[in-house]
Design a protein around this ligand. Structure first.
Ligand SMILES: NC(=O)c1ccc[n+]([C@@H]2O[C@H](COP(=O)([O-])OP(=O)(O)OC[C@H]3O[C@@H](n4cnc5c(N)ncnc54)[C@H](OP(=O)(O)O)[C@@H]3O)[C@@H](O)[C@H]2O)c1
Length: 270
């Protein structure tokens, strides 16, 4: 197993570290650097891992370096790190909207670099991550990087960097779409007469049940939907109402808007 260094020890790094330890990585294989006393203390308390405040020292022996800092800080951090990287190491950036061209500019054109777009459910080990590698990333490096994100959920390798913006709109921003739907269904259930706690429990359990069915069934969601929609019944009436309100067009517009914003953010760094 390889050694992995995290630059930035905040939320995302902490959940990746938790996932790696749970899947068999040893603490000695992981190093973290973060300037914040609070972040370093959290890592010690949560994972019994000692973080330092020295980015270059943290990456010196690492086979894989994960840049887990805010996008606006990454330029200076990556430039400072470039000379300290071990020859042949791979760098993974999880910074939203920072294109490979910019990362290659800061780290060196021949550096093996992967852009990763994880999402917040990684914190409860049900994340979804899109990965896109430049041409310098070897097959064993791909496997190691895949392991890092598989430790907190599922991983999809992408064929083009443009797809990273689509992943941002689907799974990066996606949890918020579902949270909004939960909020709306809960409010509607309360307005229709259910107590708040009952409404919440029924909405969340229904979302969990529907996800479980969609993931385990051999048929696609459209067929599952048809199977639960009796002609002339309550579900049909509700679905017709959603359709008349333009739900499909609205969701497509929202996701296109998210892709557009992700492209704008990438252009700011290009
Ligand atoms: N959270 C998500 O769901 C999610 C999803 C996809 C992608 N991302 C990306 O993941 C990255 C990290 O997000 P996060 O939520 O983990 O942020 P975070 O909790 O703020 O973690 C970033 C950490 O980096 C530290 N830091 C600041 N300057 C540093 C430096 N010079 N060297 C090393 N560490 C430094 C910060 O310390 P201070 O707080 O003291 O500044 C903070 O502890 C972001 O680029 C974000 O776009 C996050």
């Amino acid at each position: 197993m390889n050694s992995i260094a995290f630059i930035g020890g905040g939320n995302m790094a902490s959940c990746l570290i938790g996932g790696l330890l749970a899947t068999g990585y040893r603490r000695e294989q992981l190093s973290v650097s973060d300037p914040g006393d609070g972040a370093r203390r959290n890592l010690q308390e949560q994972h019994q891992i000692t973080a330092i405040n020295d980015n270059c020292a943290a990456v010196r022996d690492a086979d894989v370096v994960v840049l887990a800092v805010k996008p606006q800080l990454i330029a200076n951090i990556a430039e400072d790190l470039s000379a300290a990287l071990k020859p042949g190491c791979a760098v993974v950036s999880i910074a939203a909207g920072v294109p490979l061209s910019a990362l290659e500019g800061w780290l060196g054109d021949d550096t093996a670099i992967v852009r990763a777009m994880p999402n917040t459910p990684a914190m409860v080990l049900t994340g979804a991550t899109g990965l896109f590698a430049n041409n310098h990333v070897s097959s064993p490096q791909r496997q190691t990087i895949e392991q890092i994100f598989n430790a907190v959920g599922c991983v999809c390798w992408l064929q083009s960097e443009k797809q990273v913006d689509v992943v941002t709109a689907v799974s990066g921003s996606g949890p918020a779409y579902f949270f909004l739907l939960f909020e709306i269904m809960q409010r509607a259930a309360e307005e229709l007469g259910l107590p708040a706690a009952t409404a919440r429990e029924l909405v969340l359990q229904t979302a969990r049940g529907a996800t479980e069915m969609a993931q385990t069934a051999s048929i696609d969601p459209a067929e599952l939907r048809r199977q639960v929609t009796s002609p002339g019944g309550t579900t049909q009436r509700a679905l017709e109402t959603l359709d008349q309100g333009g739900l499909e067009q609205l969701v497509k517009r929202a996701m296109s808007a998210a892709v557009e914003r992700a492209e704008e953010m990438s252009n700011d760094h290009a």
